[in-house]
Write a protein that binds this ligand. Sequence first.
Ligand code: AMP
Length: 457
Amino acid sequence: MTTGTLISRMAEPQFRTPKGTHDVLPEEQRYMTYIKKAVRHRARQAGYKRIDPPIFEYRSIFERGIGEHTDIVEKELFAVSGKSAEADKAGTFALRPEFTAGICRAYIEHGMQQLPQPVEFFAIGPCFRHDRPQKGRYRQFHQFDLEVIGLKDPSLDAQLIHVITNIFADIRILDRLTLQINNIGTAENRKAYVQAIKDFFVGKERQLPELDRSRLETNPLRLLDSKEEDTQILVKNAPKLEQFLDEESRQFHATLLEYLDALGVSYVPNPGLVRGLDYYTQTVFEFWDSNTGAQNAVGGGGRYDGLIELLGGKPTPGVGFAGGMERIMWHMKEAGVQAPHKDQMDVFVAQLGPEAKKTCLRLIADLREKGVHSVGALGEASLKSQMRLADKFEAKFALLLGKMEVKRETIILRDMKAGKQQEVPFAGIIEKVIELLGEKNLDTYTLRDQFVGPTDD
Ligand code: AMP
């Protein structure tokens, strides 16, 4: 029974999730787990270590890192107050809108420049943006994130992108996506370009829609990927960022593309791709839905060679990526990917009478211990209604223990699919169930450690 089928039977609930948030229900968890497994596996293969920065940080980290005039900070930052709401209305902290700024803060705070470079991290968890909710755009959503910090070479960008394409291939959505890639030059290149854009728009301001007119002041690069038609027409004749790239950036990009070819990664060069975060330098890339384009990108990333210095560390290069789990999940469902799961119920135990109940309590615990997924109706319902419940749980087998069976030291074993049952000795029932299920289908695990025993020192 899925949660969806329950909804129609329920009365209007008193409380609902806040706008733009959603419960990740059990039937969605199997997709989440599948994605997380692929991320963890590919990250481990490539030497990335897991990091969990806090869910909230000083908001200045995001303001300074991502940029005060970006949409993410200006419109979408979720401010939180460290004190009681009354005492601090402005909010000293903010919920993380993404991982990169927090991870760079952690790199500096823990002196990780002392470690062998590059330091590679991965993170998975919720992020928050106070955006206008719509399809594929939430206020609380989940990202997986990969960061490579401490060295600069196009081979690192290429390897990062290759890890991501492997993840998308593993979860079978790579063929639905297009990798768009660009180089936006160094901070100096962009400064010169921003000036050129401003000069170009002198006298044309009035032709711009209001939002873009203010962006011309605060963040002119955003005009390049404006969704406004009037702006798009004007931008066609504006100077191109490409013309402002220095030789090093051009060479870096050409080499990166060569490396991607060598790794067999397909891409579409996109000179218009800028991304909405200030910290990017040189490489930027996004994975677009091949059908709908930029609107519902499943992930994006790029190089941020100035960010760590901006946050108070020594100049340190970095490159990273973030993927949106909800959008990835949507693609998996569209592609008909059946995320495997281990939630099936193997055995349903039904009982009648106080003696039988006590015996069944032990039986269920022993079955679980052996790795058999088991539940039991331990209420007072009739055997018939317990069997109906077994059906709803979609259990493979049911075990029935009534007063007669307790006396005879037997138990009834019912194959739910075949609808056939037999009375068998109680003594060997667990072995019998295991034989029917097959040893390889048991859900057992061992926690292994690397304990080597106490040492003298
Ligand atoms: P960004 O770095 O802003 O491009 O975000 C990286 C990825 O996170 C996007 O490509 C989306 O897949 C996902 N994402 C960003 N914002 C949201 C949101 N409000 N709701 C759902 N997913 C989002």
